[in-house]
Design a protein around this ligand. Structure first.
Ligand SMILES: [Zn+2]
Length: 395
């Protein structure tokens, strides 16, 4: 059955159409390269001769939910200088998959919105292939994920440690922009160092941190930037202790001081009250030890933010924590990371003036990271869509 040409557009350059044919299972499109002169990829010699032709089967975007295969007839060539044989190259075909570049890009974009099982049906490809295409594109995105040098280093960064897929992860927030700028699967000294290089070329004016000793140690090994205690994280940790302490006899005076510390509204008051908290009742010792360990690493000025109103990012970051820790149990960490960091439509960009020798030349678009409000809206929509779709689906 012939295929109406209007439904398919040619994704490749330098090939001509031979036929279009539709079977019950697939649409087959025959193409042939235009046999332009080529040079040897090994030695650059132009002394290249034909060495036969072969058909290469490449998957393209489906049409009306039917699989589309391009059957590309291309030359096999041989170099007369160095005797290497090679295949003619065709542009716009993935280097890693038997698929057109546009198919690979389409799979990537949709994987940020839908589970792999849905994509498998949409593209008529098995889930393993979808997964492989996603993984390769993700890896390429991660390796390209470099902050351009022209981007101004953020003056204030914050780190949060949300639990995603039952593990504590690291989330980097640019407080100046209200954006998510990096994530790491685990808080290791290596991952902290790598993130710092990516988001702040090694440093920021200050970094707000939760009371977590291993994280603080890793940061102090990698940067001279001053570390400020994040008041809300600290208050949340203390509230847990207060809750536990209510059942303990004789803990009331200590808990009273702890409550006053939690409510402290100046840096000096917080610092003073914290000193009074150095000897907890024995029953609360194991709860207070991690907090003492963390604060023991921080300088005296770490309570700086206690006297100030909460940062506008705090509430947004808490919403993000909540939605990521409660939903998305059926998505892989890589998929969550891809949505949170690599979806271009969610990124906040700024136009930066480019000047040379004092002369103004124009503007350059600078990526400032993922907008947290936009990301929240997307995640809420995904959660609604997931609830509405087949509950048994996995990605
Ligand atoms: Zn050669």
């Amino acid at each position: 059955m012939p295929v109406p040409a209007a439904t398919w557009s040619m994704p490749l350059k330098g090939v001509r159409l031979l036929y279009m044919h539709e079977t019950d299972a697939a649409i087959l499109i025959g193409l042939e390269t235009e046999s332009k002169p080529v040079v040897c990829p090994a030695c650059n010699s132009a002394a290249v001769v034909g060495y036969g032709k072969m058909i290469w089967r490449i998957r393209d975007l489906p049409i009306r939910k039917k699989a589309v295969f391009l059957e590309i007839k291309r030359r096999r060539l041989r170099c007369r200088e160095c005797l290497v044989t090679f295949n003619e190259l065709v542009s716009q075909i993935s280097a890693h998959h038997r698929a057109t570049t546009r198919l690979v890009q389409s799979v990537w974009k949709m994987a940020l919105r839908q589970p792999f099982t849905v994509l498998s049906k949409t593209f008529g490809m098995d889930e393993k292939t979808i997964r492989n295409i996603f993984k390769d594109t993700f890896d390429a995105q991660v390796s390209q994920f470099r902050i351009p040098s022209c981007r101004p280093a953020p003056s204030a960064l914050a780190i949060r440690l949300p639990t995603i897929l039952r593990q504590q992860r690291v989330m980097w927030i640019n407080l100046d922009q209200g954006t998510l700028v990096d994530m790491a699967a685990q808080a290791t000294p290596e991952s902290i160092h790598a993130s710092l290089q990516r988001v702040a070329s090694g440093g920021a004016e200050k970094i707000t941190v939760p009371p977590d000793a291993p994280l603080i140690r890793a940061l102090q090994a990698s940067t001279q930037s001053p570390l400020i205690l994040h008041p809300r994280s600290m208050r949340a940790a203390c509230s847990d202790v207060i809750e536990l302490g209510r059942t303990i006899n004789g803990a009331a005076p200590y808990l009273n001081t702890l409550s006053r510390f939690v409510g402290a509204n100046s840096a000096a008051e917080a610092a003073r009250l914290w000193q009074d908290l150095s000897s907890p009742p024995p029953e609360l010792q194991t709860k207070m030890d991690p907090l003492n360990a963390a604060l023991g690493l921080l300088p005296a000025g770490c309570f700086e933010a206690f006297g100030q109103p909460d940062h506008a990012c705090d509430a947004l970051a808490e919403q993000l924590d909540r939605i990521l820790s409660s939903g998305f149990s059926r998505r892989s960490y890589d998929v969550i990371c891809a949505i949170a960091l690599h979806d271009k439509t969610l990124q906040k960009t700024a136009r930066t003036g480019v000047a040379e020798n004092g002369a103004h030349l124009g503007y350059q678009k600078t990526n400032c990271g993922t907008s947290i409000p936009k990301l929240l809206a997307r995640l809420e929509k995904l959660t609604r869509d997931n609830d509405a779709s087949d509950a048994g689906m996995q990605t």
